[in-house]
Write a protein that binds this ligand. Structure first.
Ligand code: MD3
Ligand code: FE
Length: 200
């Protein structure tokens, strides 16, 4: 069940990765990474998050949703940088712009449990992800949580496109391999996840 899954290893070369990190640092100065909590339990996630774009994905005691402002600063999310919009235009094969760019930051020990991205109205659009920094062990299954899964290493500069029949597959991050990249001064992994949220 690999149709609609496209892994583009080394899509960004080192210089382009450095440029992306510089742009992300500027954006994160305005919209700082924060620690989301799980709905109901209030248990903190191990991944820190922020967003760029007109809508950002948030998780709090009230649930998961998209909203136009940062939950801690109350400010609108910063714009998605040009080079990030450019990846979408190049690989998404979808005629409308992404509205959300979730920024996930994984330090040593952070992980993201198996889940589906299903808080969007429009599943016709793919999800496009960009990996920066330490290599991650990405796990992908099928359309049901109980199904078989396989793993894929995501390295700095890689782009992953999940569209068509793969759009609603279960996936997660098992772990991040510390010290596998020199891109981020403090180590860890930054992931950008671009999504269309509303029906155009
Ligand atoms: C496969 N993030 O934020 S990106 C997420 O690396 C998320 O931070 C991971 O899953 C990360 O929701 C994985 C790759 C990805 C994104 C969306 C998908 C894989 C996907 C949607 C469907 C199937
Ligand atoms: Fe996801």
């Amino acid at each position: 069940m690999t149709s609609g899954l496209k892994h583009l290893p080394g899509y960004f070369d080192r210089a382009a990765q450095e440029e992306l990190v510089a742009l992300l640092r500027e954006a994160l100065a305005k919209a700082p990474l924060y620690t989301p909590v799980m709905p109901k339990s209030g248990r903190p996630l191990t991944v820190r998050m922020s967003n760029l774009g007109s809508l950002g994905w948030v998780s709090d005691r009230g649930g998961y949703r998209y909203q136009p402002t940062h939950p801690e600063t109350g400010q609108p999310w910063p714009a998605i940088p040009g080079p990030v919009m450019a990846v979408w235009r190049k690989v998404a094969q979808y005629p409308h712009e992404p509205e959300a760019c979730l920024v996930n930051y994984y330090r040593e020990g952070a992980k993201l449990g198996l889940h589906r991205d299903e808080d969007e109205e429009d599943f016709a659009a793919p999800v496009v992800s960009v990996s920066l920094g330490d290599t991650a062990i990405f796990r992908i299954g099928g359309l049901e949580r109980q199904g078989k899964t396989e793993t894929l290493k995501l390295s700095s500069g890689d782009v992953l496109v999940l569209g068509g029949p793969s759009r609603l597959r279960y996936h997660g991050i098992d772990r991040v391999l510390s010290g596998t990249s020199t891109l981020l001064k403090d180590g860890g992994r930054l992931n950008l996840t671009l999504r269309r949220v509303t029906k155009p």
